[in-house]
Design a protein around this ligand. Structure first.
Ligand code: URA
Length: 283
C-alpha cells in the first residue's frame, strides 16, 4: 500500500519518517523536528488499521495491591458519582476535596472534547500547565498527542467552525480527553494508588457518559486505573483489552514518546488498532 500525500504529511507531523521497502535509509523522507526513523517497515508501510476480528481480547490480571485499590467496595459518594449528568459531574469534580490533592491544585482539570466522542483518550494527571489552564494535555506532550490524533483525522477541537465543543461537532472525528486524576500531584510526582482509586469514579462516569467505542489508555497510570494492571506498557500494547465492556487500547504516554521517539512507530500501530474499533476509519 502506498502512502497518500495527506498521510505522509500527518506522519511527518507525528515526527515519524517513512522508510519504504527498497529505499535506502539515507534517502528516506526527512521528518520535521526531532524524529524517529520508522524501524519496523512492515508496521508502518500499511496504514490500514487491523480489523478488530483478528485481535485477541485480553483482560490483564490485576496484582493484589492495584486490585485492592480499584475493586474495593465503593463508598456512597462514589456510587452517587455514577449517577451524575455532565453539569453535575463537572461541578462535583470542581469542588472535590476527597484526597489531599485538592489542597495544592490551582484548579481541577475535568476533560475536554466531544461529550459523545467515539474515541476517548485517558492520560495520567494534570501537570503544571494543565493546572494553570484547566485543560488536559496542553504542554509539549499534549502537542504531540494532538499531532498523533490529527494523523488519524481526529481532534479535540470542535469540528464545526466557531461551534462550541459540543453536540454540533461530528463525534466520529472528535475525541474526549480525560485524565485518571483531575488534580495535579505536587511537583508532578506519580499518582498514588489511593489517589487513583479515589478519583476513579469520576473517570468511570465520564466513560459512561461518553460511551466511547474505544478508549486509548496512555501510560501506566491510565492502565492501572482502567485495567488494574501493573504490567509494563510494552507487554500490554498490541492487543485489545476491555473495561466495562469498552475496548481499550494500551499505548505509550506522549511524554514517554518525547523521550523515546523510537517508540513512536509502535504508538502509531496502537493508534491504528484503536481506529479499527471505530465504525468509520477516520482519514
Ligand atoms: N500528561 C497527562 O497525562 N495529562 C495531562 O493532562 C498532561 C500531561
Amino acid at each position: 500500500m502506498r502512502w497518500t500525500d495527506a498521510q505522509r504529511t500527518m506522519l511527518r507531523e507525528m515526527g515519524l519518517r517513512l522508510w519504504l521497502p527498497g529505499t535506502d535509509a539515507a534517502a528516506a523522507e526527512p521528518a520535521a523536528g526531532p524524529s524517529s526513523r520508522v524501524a519496523g517497515v512492515g508496521a508502518l508501510a500499511d496504514p490500514v488499521p487491523t480489523p478488530l476480528s483478528v485481535k485477541a481480547v485480553v483482560v490483564a490480571p490485576k496484582p493484589a495491591a492495584v486490585a485492592a485499590a480499584v475493586d474495593s467496595p465503593r463508598p456512597a459518594a462514589a456510587e452517587a458519582t455514577l449517577a451524575l449528568d455532565w453539569p453535575a459531574l463537572r461541578a462535583a469534580v470542581a469542588s472535590c476535596q476527597a484526597c489531599g490533592l485538592g489542597a495544592s491544585r490551582r484548579q481541577t482539570v475535568f476533560g475536554v472534547g466531544h461529550p459523545r466522542a467515539h474515541c476517548m483518550v485517558v492520560g495520567e494527571a494534570p501537570g503544571e500547565q494543565e493546572d494553570a489552564s484547566g485543560e488536559p494535555f496542553v504542554g509539549e506532550s499534549g502537542q504531540l498527542l494532538d499531532r498523533m490524533l490529527r494523523a488519524l483525522g481526529l481532534s479535540r477541537a470542535p469540528a464545526v467552525p466557531g461551534g462550541a465543543a459540543g453536540e454540533a461537532a461530528d463525534p466520529a472525528r472528535q475525541v474526549f480527553i480525560a485524565n485518571t486524576l483531575k488534580c495535579r500531584p505536587p511537583r508532578n510526582r506519580n499518582p498514588t494508588p489511593l489517589e487513583l482509586s479515589t478519583c476513579q469514579p469520576f473517570l468511570e462516569r465520564q466513560v459512561a457518559l461518553v460511551q466511547p467505542r474505544v478508549i486509548l489508555a496512555m501510560g501506566r497510570f491510565a492502565v492501572q486505573s482502567l485495567l488494574g494492571s501493573e504490567e509494563p506498557i510494552g507487554k500490554l500494547r498490541g492487543r485489545l483489552h476491555t473495561w466495562r465492556g469498552v475496548p481499550v487500547v494500551v499505548t505509550y504516554h506522549p511524554a514517554y514518546l518525547l523521550r523515546q521517539p523510537a517508540d513512536k512507530a509502535r504508538a502509531w500501530d496502537d493508534l491504528c488498532l484503536a481506529a479499527s474499533c471505530l465504525d468509520t476509519v477516520p482519514g
